[in-house]
Design a protein around this ligand. Structure first.
Ligand code: HEM
Length: 387
């Protein structure tokens, strides 16, 4: 079937690849972007890496950093708990210390698939049975699952989800001073709760991360704590978008939904194909630290690059017949989880959470929306709204 579920009146294409993230149907635009695989968008002030080759070359380049070298922490967040947390995340740093912390993070997240699946199923059923709306369920599920995997007790998970909402809102571009203030408070509390978890025992990802940090020869305890909170930070919006985009797919195609309801073994392939065709993280950014050449273009220190996963996933050099939505696609390749030294170490956990969420919804939920009401404003995360 065609990979684009959106239907309806003829609509204007998005104006640029940032606007595409929340457009009802950005995929014809992304396909056109592949004709200009790596170009400079003067209006955005960004290089745009759209093809699979350009995207992977940018992500592999040692000259490309995750933050502008002069601004490791966004200025509005400096001097508070959110800024401290941000500046310690493996996601937001580069260099040797990052590489060691990243190895510890990846080792901690390497937990048995059946442990993740069982926790995800338990949390998904509990939240669906609580009667959460789809809009509330999408961000809550990854927070409850990753919170439980970190070692938090069930009665702590709602607070964890609320605090993470406030942290993520503070980091969003253009956050108000009030939102940043609430984020600082939430970050200080999450750090305290996580330190508590590490001190008082409890089996889970926080402990595994600390043990893995010791095996790396010791890592600053504040970095360990920040990256344990970072698991929640990384999982929240992308996890919400993945579940949401999978709900959109099943809503648009009742036949597929009926097939998946009758045979749940279809769900993992379906989630992978949603990750490829309608990815929750549609792009990421890199900042050029020194003059360099990438994929035939000369880049200067100070340049910024938008790496468009959502276009690259449909590059025909990566996947044959890329616009076809095929949950059984053999040899699927996707860039949705990044590439190179910052690639996502939580890929399997992310997919398991979405599978469990869909499984619980297929058991209990009947009012599948045919299409979303819109998309939550964001420069990179595609997360539908249903109400
Ligand atoms: C659908 C859900 C998810 C998606 C689409 C996703 C995607 C990504 C992407 C694209 C990156 C790399 C960003 C870049 O290179 O600029 C990343 C990094 C990361 N993700 Fe995920 N992620 C998801 C869920 C998770 C979960 C559940 C966890 C942990 C439990 C996690 C942990 C991380 C960490 C720690 C990093 C930073 C790695 C580094 O910078 O070295 N992610 N993720």
């Amino acid at each position: 079937m065609a990979a684009t579920p959106a239907e309806g009146p003829i609509m204007q294409p998005p104006s640029d690849p940032v606007a595409a993230v929340t457009h009802p149907d950005p995929y014809p635009y992304y396909a056109a972007l592949l004709q200009r695989p790596f170009h400079r968008d003067g209006a955005l002030g960004l290089w745009v890496a759209a093809s699979a080759e350009a995207a992977t070359a940018v992500l592999a380049s040692p000259a490309c950093r995750v933050r502008p070298p002069s601004e490791p922490v966004p200025p509005p967040l400096r001097g508070g708990a959110v800024g401290d947390l941000f500046g310690r995340l493996v996601r937001m740093t580069d260099g040797d210390a990052q590489a060691r912390a990243k190895r510890a993070v990846a080792a901690a997240l390497d937990i048995p698939a059946d442990t993740v699946a069982a926790e995800a199923r338990r949390r998904a059923m509990a939240l669906v049975d609580d009667g959460l709306s789809l809009d509330a369920l999408m961000p809550a599920l990854p927070m409850h699952v990753v919170g439980a995997l970190l070692g938090f007790a069930p009665d702590r998970l709602s607070e964890v989800a609320d605090r993470m909402r406030d942290i993520v809102a503070a980091i969003a571009p253009g956050a108000s001073p009030e939102a940043i203030g609430a984020g600082h408070e939430a970050a200080a509390r999450m750090v305290a709760l996580t330190e508590d978890l590490l001190e008082t025992g409890g089996d889970g990802l926080a402990r595994y991360l600390r043990d893995a940090a010791e095996r790396e020869g010791g890592i600053d305890p504040a970095v360990v704590t920040a990256n344990a909170v970072g698991f929640l930070f990384q999982a929240r919006d992308a996890g919400a978008g993945l579940l949401g985009n999978a709900i959109v797919t099943l809503g648009a195609w009742p036949e597929l939904r009926r097939a998946a309801a009758a045979d749940r073994t279809l769900l993992p392939g379906l989630v992978q194909e949603v990750l490829r065709c309608d990815p929750p993280a549609q792009n990421t950014r890199r900042f050029v630290a020194e003059d360099t050449g990438i994929a035939g273009q000369a880049l200067r220190a100070g340049d910024a690059i938008l790496v468009v996963f959502a276009a690259a996933n449909r590059d025909p050099t990566l996947n044959r017949d890329p616009d076809r939505f095929d949950p059984a696609r053999p040899e699927r390749r996707l860039l949705t989880f990044g590439h190179g030294r910052h690639a996502c170490p939580g890929e399997e956990i992310a997919a398991a959470i979405a599978v469990a969420g869909l499984d619980a919804l297929l058991d209990r939920f009947t009012a599948w929306p045919e299409r979303p009401a819109g998309y939550k404003p964001s420069p990179n995360i595609r997360m539908p709204r249903f109400a």
